[in-house]
Design a binder for this molecule. Structure first.
Ligand code: PBG
Length: 326
């Protein structure tokens, strides 16, 4: 059969039909909202390159966490930018450090909200790299994986519902799983940034998280944007090491990777719509060049259609609101 008896437009002719035959759905339960925590009290410092996003002191982060839960978004992803930065990332290892304090405060105020703690060294090191740097600028993979395990343990002990290593060191999921299990934290899941690409789209985030590397770039640990097969290998290795969820990051420029990962693994697949993807839409919307709501819904639906089960997005709360009002 073909035209004129076949007419795909028949099921497209009204909103009711379009809703019924829609293949991909977005729901607040699939979203995770990032929060940036800084020292102090009563601090809400706007991130210039990310309109609507602020660096927050712990008390303000608690308010945002409440609002996130109220919006129907089930989880936040927490980043901390402690004041003290040194070679050893001491602030991230400190049980009374900024991240640990924020995790505990949010869990005390909103026990039902899931707190995913980003685990990395870049926000707490003076050089801004995600691992330890040897003289000459080489990253020391194995000692970094060890420290990352201690950071993850610190955050899990503080009450994090999941730890999310974003550093891309080899073997870090294994060292984190071992450290958690040794400590009796056998039920803390690991959300692994498994296929994280060395991306220009992280630019705005580095202002928010104060994590730009002082020297060099991240291409010796984050992946080459050209490599899809290698992404599958990274994802498989992380699952073998004990990752409970795997992430592809960024999302929009890597939809093919999301699809391949979804078709290859059984665990939930998370996609991160990163700061640059957010800021591009914001900037165009502010100039009246694009319909913000329609563009956001289309971008996120595309990420879901590509195969992402969950999406980390700076638009999480607005999207939850839009979905509620339809
Ligand atoms: C740091 C980290 C980055 C992001 C999440 N964790 C930046 C980077 O690797 O340079 C990016 C998030 C975003 O751009 O929204 N380990």
């Amino acid at each position: 059969m073909s035209f004129p008896s076949v007419r795909p437009r028949r099921t497209r002719q009204s909103d009711a039909w379009r809703r019924m035959v829609r293949e991909t759905r977005l729901a607040p339960d699939q979203l995770i909202y990032p929060l940036f925590v800084v020292p102090g009290a009563g601090v809400r410092r706007p991130v210039t390159s990310m309109p609507g996003i602020c660096q927050l002191s712990v008390d303000e982060a608690v308010n945002e966490a409440r609002a996130t839960l109220q919006a129907g978004v089930p989880a936040v992803l927490l980043f901390a930018a402690p004041a003290h930065k040194d070679e050893k990332a001491s602030a991230a290892l400190d049980p009374n450090g900024l991240a640990a304090e924020a995790i505990a405060a949010i869990k005390a105020a909103c026990p039902q909200l899931l707190v995913w703690a980003d685990v990395c060294l870049c926000g707490a090191t003076d050089h801004g790299h995600c691992g330890h740097v040897l003289p000459g600028g080489v990253i020391d993979n194995d000692s970094s994986a060890q420290t990352l395990a201690e950071v993850a343990l610190n955050y899990a002990r503080a009450g994090a519902d999941a730890v999310a290593p974003s550093d891309m060191m080899d073997g870090r999921v294994q060292s984190i799983r071992r450290a958690l299990d040794r400590d009796g934290l056998t039920m803390t899941p690991i959300v692994s940034y498994a296929a994280k690409f060395a991306s220009a789209f992280y630019g705005p985030f580095r202002e928010a998280a104060e994590s730009a590397p002082a020297l060099g770039d991240r291409r010796s640990y984050q992946m080459d944007p050209a490599n899809g097969r290698e992404a599958l290998r990274e994802v498989q290795l992380d699952i073998e090491e004990g990752a409970d969820l795997v992430m592809v990051k960024p999302a929009g420029p890597y939809l093919d990777v999301i699809r391949q990962v979804r078709d290859t693994v059984e665990v939930p697949v998370v996609a991160y719509q990163v700061s640059g993807e957010f800021s591009l839409i914001k900037a165009a919307a502010e100039r009246g060049w694009i319909d913000e709501r329609a563009a956001v819904m289309e971008a996120l639906t595309g990420i879901r259609r590509a195969g992402a089960d969950l999406i980390i997005t700076y638009y999480a709360r607005e999207v939850a609101r839009w979905l509620g009002s339809r």
